[in-house]
Design a protein around this ligand. Structure first.
Ligand code: MG
Length: 389
């Protein structure tokens, strides 16, 4: 494959770091054009030095000077603020953009990259949850393909390569079930953030790890799959698969099911997105099925994990409601991580925000930003009323 010039938005987060691990194994194939982060300036500076990044942006302006000083004497240009991310990501010198910022904040720079016709390696599922139809419409209009980084969607994408134009009967989206899969509801209700942050299989950032514990993450992934693969939600089936070896499956009309398997390691889907259509050799652990011994499957328990049901409800109502769900969830998860609300407070707040939101059937991008900020305000009020003493 020809050398690709890459931008990584959110390079100091879990996906960003693992993307750079893949690139470290293939320095001849990638040139690091742009790295951005929210506030971890020391980590960003170290990455810029190691990978000779041409440009870096720190979104938190108050850290700009520290980053600039840390990169003094290098050839790296240093910028501050979210607007710089949105501007620099459109550069002619960038071929592929890894969208791995956390949450709704990833939407604006991802839209900029799409409008500039970049190949998008999408890890930021909140972008599609909040604004799926707008994002996919712009992707088609500007010829900016969106390649999934999310492991389940990478798996579906890989399975669909076997479709050869044949109709898909069902997508089977697998879920680990998270750390509370075997717990009773009362025990879950009292779970602290330290318990919720212990994911059995995947090493990820704090926000998505809490989303995995509530299973909101799986609900978001149903919405993400609907938009990425243009598939109605009733054809997307969630299956709990605790071993996280099958990353998802596609079923065809003849009953054949194609599954994608690998050890749970995000570097695999990352390499598939940034190297597509090539598969890059990786120093990851390879699958040893006899050693694993068995794979198991269960139905999801919507009684224990109401967030998953909320996501189905949100996409069923459509319009700006999935954006409401996302904004309420982000606000509530942040409060849970500050020990301010109980575990089920997250889904309670999300559900209440969905009930009370002003419905917009066909939102513009301005409506989406407005819905996001209004919902955050509403969710903060609910957090305050629920706050543990
Ligand atoms: Mg996933």
């Amino acid at each position: 494959m020809e050398k690709r010039r890459i931008a990584i938005l959110g390079s100091t987060g879990s996906i960003g770091v693992q993307t750079l691990e893949v690139i470290r194994e293939h320095r001849d194939l990638f040139e690091v054009e742009l790295l951005t982060c929210n506030s971890s300036f020391a980590r960003l500076a170290a990455q810029a030095r190691e990978f000779d990044a041409n440009n870096v942006v720190i979104c938190d302006d108050t850290r700009y000077k520290e980053l600039r000083d840390a990169l003094d004497g290098t050839g790296t240009k240093v910028f501050g603020g979210m607007k710089s991310v949105c501007d620099l990501v459109t550069s002619d010198r960038i071929d592929i953009v890894v969208a791995s910022m956390v949450g709704f904040s990833g939407l604006a720079p991802t839209l900029s990259a799409i409008k500039a016709g970049k190949v998008i390696a999408l890890a930021n599922k909140e972008t599609l949850v909040a604004a799926g139809p707008i994002v996919m419409g712009l992707s088609r209009k500007h010829n900016a393909p969106i390649l999934p980084v999310d492991s389940e969607h990478s798996a579906i994408f890989q399975c669909l390569l076997a479709a050869q134009g044949n109709k898909v009967r069902k997508i089977h989206l697998t879920a680990s079930g998270g750390p509370f899969r075997t717990w009773g509801k009362e025990r879950i209700a009292a779970a602290t953030k330290d318990m919720a942050l212990k994911h059995p299989n995947w090493s990820m950032g704090a926000k998505i790890t809490i989303d995995s514990a509530t299973m909101m993450n799986k609900g978001f992934e149903v919405i993400e799959a609907k938009w990425l693969f243009d598939t109605p939600v009733d054809k997307i089936n969630v299956i709990v698969h605790p071993e996280s070896i099958i990353h998802s499956m596609v079923e065809f009309e003849d009953g054949a099911v194609i599954a994608q398997m690998a050890e749970p390691d995000m570097r695999e889907p990352i390499q598939f997105a940034i190297g597509f259509p090539d598969r890059l050799p990786l120093g990851n652990k390879k699958l040893d099925l006899p050693k694993i011994g068995g794979l198991s499957f269960q139905e999801p328990d919507l009684g224990k994990f109401p967030a998953l049901g909320l996501a189905y409800k949100a996409i069923g109502r459509g319009g700006n409601i999935p954006c409401v769900l996302n904004a309420a969830n982000e606000t509530a998860v942040a409060a849970y991580l500050r020990d301010e609300i109980p575990f089920y407070g997250i889904s309670d707040i999300a559900g209440e925000c969905m009930e009370k939101a002003a419905f917009i059937a066909d939102p513009t991008i301005e409506d989406i930003f407005e819905t996001n900020s209004r919902t955050r305000d509403a969710a903060e009020i609910l957090v305050r009323s629920m706050r543990k003493s």
